[in-house]
Design a protein around this ligand. Structure first.
Ligand SMILES: *Cc1c(COP(=O)(O)O)cnc(C)c1O
Length: 390
């Protein structure tokens, strides 16, 4: 029978407590989310700066539609590149201090595109073990040799690079802030290892842009490193910026090469102009409204302080991503279900998103939260963990 693995694998997935389905959220993303008529405090969103339902941005999207229309009508190289794509690209270039930018419809697509574009047989791709699925998947399908270095382990990375001195094209990829662990990459060491070994460095800053660095310029600025030390910088607009879409930044020559040879870039309809206008306004808020970062930093400190008092097992993260390690998928799932009954929405993150036996509750804090929300979360977490360990 054709494709009989479909039913078989779904059955297995259920037996292993790994089965997933989308929940339907009613209304807007914010401090609370509504699901099935119930309201929950939302600790599960990547909307770190609380911009996804910001009234000024909802208006910006409408105004963008009035000014430039809602559909781009084509790919960027045909007629899909509007003045608004140009203007927002220029704005993002000066905010991020980068030389050139290509827009993509998603971070997933940008990551797949760049790996497919640059890496050939005989090349070397070296990735942090915890890199995002979009990077890993592209690496696995690539003709290049892929090696993974232990998470943030620069000695291991150095050894791998040393073993490939003869290889002409070497690309190192790391996330700036790790999506499932919340810790950050050793940016300065990555830059110098890349330089010493004649390799390129790519940073995926999906969780850094908007949140880290003075004026929200991301992980590279946070580490006082120049953007010109990063050969390929990928950032998304769907997390802290609250909208959607992504960029790849790099040298003028690299972006010219993408414009000419990257199939996901060339053969995809350009981002909707109204949306791009809204992305530009979101970037302005992320750049200018320091109070959003300050409030978030205060909440992160408060959460870590309280969790310390209550003996909640945190991971070494200072970011808005605060995972609570559970071990088994079943325990993570049980506790997340119990927390929902208490009006708290957290997501159980299970393999294969994270390594086996490291299932966790991924708690994310955002500018939308109040201190009282954090107190509720930590109190209930403590109760759940105590009850579960008996
Ligand atoms: C979310 C994410 C992506 C994908 O970006 P989308 O715009 O959501 O497709 C890529 N890399 C990392 C690290 C991410 O967390």
């Amino acid at each position: 029978m054709s494709f009989s693995f479909i039913a078989e694998q779904l059955k297995q997935q259920k037996a292993q407590h790994l089965h997933r389905r989308s929940v339907q959220v009613t209304g807007k993303q914010g401090r609370f989310i509504e699901v099935d008529g119930n309201s929950f405090v939302n600790f599960s969103s990547n909307d770190y700066l609380g911009l996804a339902s910001e009234p000024a941005l909802i208006n910006a999207w409408k105004r963008g539609g009035d000014l430039f229309g809602i559909g781009s009508g084509g790919s960027y190289l045909v007629t899909g590149y509007n003045q608004v794509h140009h203007d927002v690209t220029e704005q993002l270039k000066s905010w991020l201090n980068v030389d050139a930018i290509a827009l993509f419809n998603s971070g997933y697509s940008a990551n797949q595109a760049i790996i497919k574009l640059l890496l050939r047989k005989d090349d070397l791709l070296v990735q942090d073990k915890l890199n995002h699925a979009s990077l890993m998947e592209a690496g696995i399908y690539s003709q290049a040799k892929m090696q993974r270095f232990k998470h943030n382990d620069m000695a291991h990375l150095g050894n791998i690079l040393k073993q490939h001195i003869q290889t002409d094209n070497k690309l190192i990829i790391s996330e700036g802030v790790f999506s499932m662990d919340g810790d950050i990459a050793p940016m300065t060491e990555l830059c110098s290892l890349a330089k010493q070994n004649n390799a390129w460095l790519m940073i995926d800053d999906a969780h850094g842009i908007g949140v880290l660095g003075e004026n929200g310029q991301g992980s590279v600025a946070q580490a006082n490193q120049s953007q010109q030390d990063i050969d390929i910088y990928m950032a998304t607009f769907g997390k802290a910026l609250g909208v959607g879409g992504a960029l790849i930044a790099g040298s003028t020559e690299l972006i010219d090469y993408i414009n000419n040879f990257s199939k996901p870039y060339v053969y995809s309809t350009g981002l909707p102009p109204a949306m791009v206008y809204c992305i530009g306004e979101a970037a302005k808020l992320a750049e200018q409204q320091q109070w959003r970062r300050d409030h978030l930093a205060g909440l992160i400190n408060y959460f870590k302080h309280l969790s310390g008092q209550y003996d909640i097992p945190l991971m070494p993260s200072n970011s808005a991503i605060q995972p609570i390690l559970m071990g088994s998928s079943k325990q993570a799932l049980d506790i997340s279900v119990w927390l929902k009954k208490q009006g708290i929405w957290t997501t159980a993150i299970r393999p294969p998103t994270v390594p086996n036996n490291t299932a966790r509750l991924r708690v994310t804090l955002t500018t939308n939260h109040h201190k009282s929300d954090i107190l509720l979360l930590v109190t209930k977490l403590k109760q759940a963990i105590d009850a579960n360990s008996h």
